[in-house]
Design a protein. Structure first.
Ligand code: ADP
Length: 164
């Protein structure tokens, strides 16, 4: 049984993440989308863990992906969580240049922590290359249109957050 663990902050989930989930599902028998409840002091999420899980769950359900996809929060060290869940691979998305250095270091360290779990990268498709949760939040905060970057319900959730 190939179990792919796709970890991230997903604050909020974007069409870029959803594309990686759709494509990654072709490589696995089951996927666990693991949403970090503890992304560290440098990242203070806009949405609560519960909100991020609920939003991701709802958007993934609309895609009719033919394998089981679990969406859950996690607080542990990624490799400990991967072992606990019997993951056979870590799935990550890779955008041009911006992600490489960070992903390179993380993969190297994770490989030392557990050499049996491979990290698999899917390159972002052209049309999603420039999409990041960070800039989506920034654009939404300043009243810009994010409908090309996130599904309708996420756009509305962002709007609500910033008008609260
Ligand atoms: P993290 O805090 O781990 O960076 P993110 O939610 O920002 O969490 O991203 C989770 C994963 O999805 C990372 O591997 C990231 O590179 C990837 N990703 C994010 N946005 C895109 C995108 N537009 N296209 C492809 N992969 C993406």
């Amino acid at each position: 049984m190939k179990i792919a663990l796709y970890p991230g902050t997903f604050d909020p989930i974007t069409v870029g993440h959803l594309d990686i989930i759709k494509r990654g599902a072709k490589l696995a028998d089951k996927m666990i989308v693991a949403i970090s409840g503890n992304p560290g002091p440098a990242k203070k999420p806009l949405f609560t863990l519960e909100e991020r899980v609920t939003m991701a769950r709802a958007e993934i359900d609309k895609l009719n992906i033919p394998i089981e996809i679990e969406v859950t929060g996690f607080d542990d060290l990624l490799m400990h969580y991967a072992e606990k869940r019997d993951a056979t691979m870590i799935l990550r998305g890779l955008r041009a240049l911006s992600d490489f250095d960070y992903e390179f270091q993380m993969t190297g360290m994770n490989h030392h922590l557990n050499p049996n779990i491979e990290t698999v990268f899917l390159m972002s498709q052209d049309q999603y290359q420039f999409i990041s949760s960070r800039f989506v939040k920034e654009i939404a905060r300043l009243g810009g249109d994010v409908s090309k970057f996130v599904p309708e319900d996420i756009k509305n959730a962002l709007h609500q957050k910033f008008t609260e």
